[in-house]
Design a protein. Structure first.
Length: 332
């Protein structure tokens, strides 16, 4: 720091004496320094200037750089650049550090939450605490912990999909949102014995506020998912809070687990004897889901049977198809 102060003092002095130096070429730099500094300071300064400043023209350049003249700054020699670095260092040190820290923190807060959100860690943690491995939901406990559920809902509101999201990221968002808001709807009206006790058409109820609009569960399933994705396996990922529905996973979907979980949920549903009966391969009784959404399965695989065969080891050959009665009793 002492050397830096000495350099700056010397440069200021020399810049002020530049015209005099031009007229008095017989007077050396060292002699001029000796007139204004102590003997020790003069020797130190002369030595420093000898290494960093070749002649008085560089001193002139330094003065111009200090005045922010960019055209002259481009023409400075390597030595003047080193002097400029000293000036920049002094200027940087003068900036209050709290301002820099605040700007960095603000930038992180606008980026990091989206990355963390897409891991859906808080939703997974909530599901593990309120849903069994077999898909039984403890709605009484959810109602007690409704503030936790509302906090998760807030993260969905604050991290609505943007154009920068991939198709899979958007799909995962809507699958998780559907299951999250189904829990919200039932828990907010609990105790009930069926989701249909809340209203005759609970899936038409517009209570979900996302992306500046108020939408329903049907809007999510049909407008956000089915209309944009040719993926019938989603019918085994969405849970309608009823016994005949595919079981609710006690973990959230993520982009990393999406393909695996869609396939696993499909196989689990097909192998559940309470939802599909393949005991007589010539006359099967399957879930009404295959009737309601037959077009989705046919569009993807050719037919409902072709879709089922894709996820079963024992293949079906033109069986007679019947549909099981659908139970709307609560999945608790």
């Amino acid at each position: 720091m002492k050397k830096m102060n000495l350099i700056i003092a010397g440069l200021i002095f020399m810049s002020c004496s530049a015209n005099t130096l031009e007229k008095e070429n017989s007077i050396s730099v060292k002699e001029k320094i000796n007139d204004s500094f102590s003997e020790d300071e003069a020797e130190d300064l002369a030595e420093i200037l000898a290494k960093n400043v070749a002649d008085t023209n560089i001193i002139d350049e330094y003065v111009i750089i200090g005045e922010k003249d960019e055209s002259i700054q481009k023409e400075t020699s390597s030595n003047s650049e080193s002097i400029e670095m000293v000036e920049e260092t002094v200027e940087t040190e003068a900036i209050p550090s709290p301002t820099i820290t605040e700007e960095v923190i603000e930038e992180q807060e606008t980026i990091v939450p989206v990355v963390d959100f897409q891991e859906y860690a808080s939703f997974t943690s909530f599901l593990k605490s309120h849903v069994s491995s077999s898909g039984k939901v403890n709605y009484a406990k959810i109602k007690t912990d409704i503030s936790q559920l509302n906090a998760i809902i807030k993260t969905f509101e604050e991290n609505y999909p943007t154009s920068s999201w991939t198709r899979n990221e958007v799909l995962v968002y809507w699958i998780n949102a559907y299951n999250l808001y189904t829990l919200k709807l039932v828990a907010s009206n609990y105790p009930v014995s069926s989701i249909k006790d809340i209203t005759v058409k609970p899936w038409h109820k517009k209570f979900i506020k996302l992306g500046g609009a108020t939408i329903s569960l049907n809007d999510i399933e049909h407008s956000k998912i089915r209309a944009k994705y040719n993926e019938p396996r989603i019918h085994f990922a969405l849970n309608c809070a009823s016994k005949s529905c595919p079981v609710l996973l006690n973990k959230a979907f993520t982009t990393k687990s999406l393909y695996y979980l869609l396939t696993a949920q499909t196989k689990k549903f097909l192998n559940d004897a309470t939802k599909n009966n393949f005991s007589n391969p010539k006359s099967i009784k399957i879930s009404s889901l295959f009737d309601w959404y037959s077009g989705d399965f046919a569009k993807k695989e050719g037919s409902v049977i072709d879709f089922i065969n894709k996820y079963r080891t024992e293949q079906l050959k033109n069986p007679k198809i019947g549909y099981l009665e659908y139970s709307w009793k609560l999945n608790n």
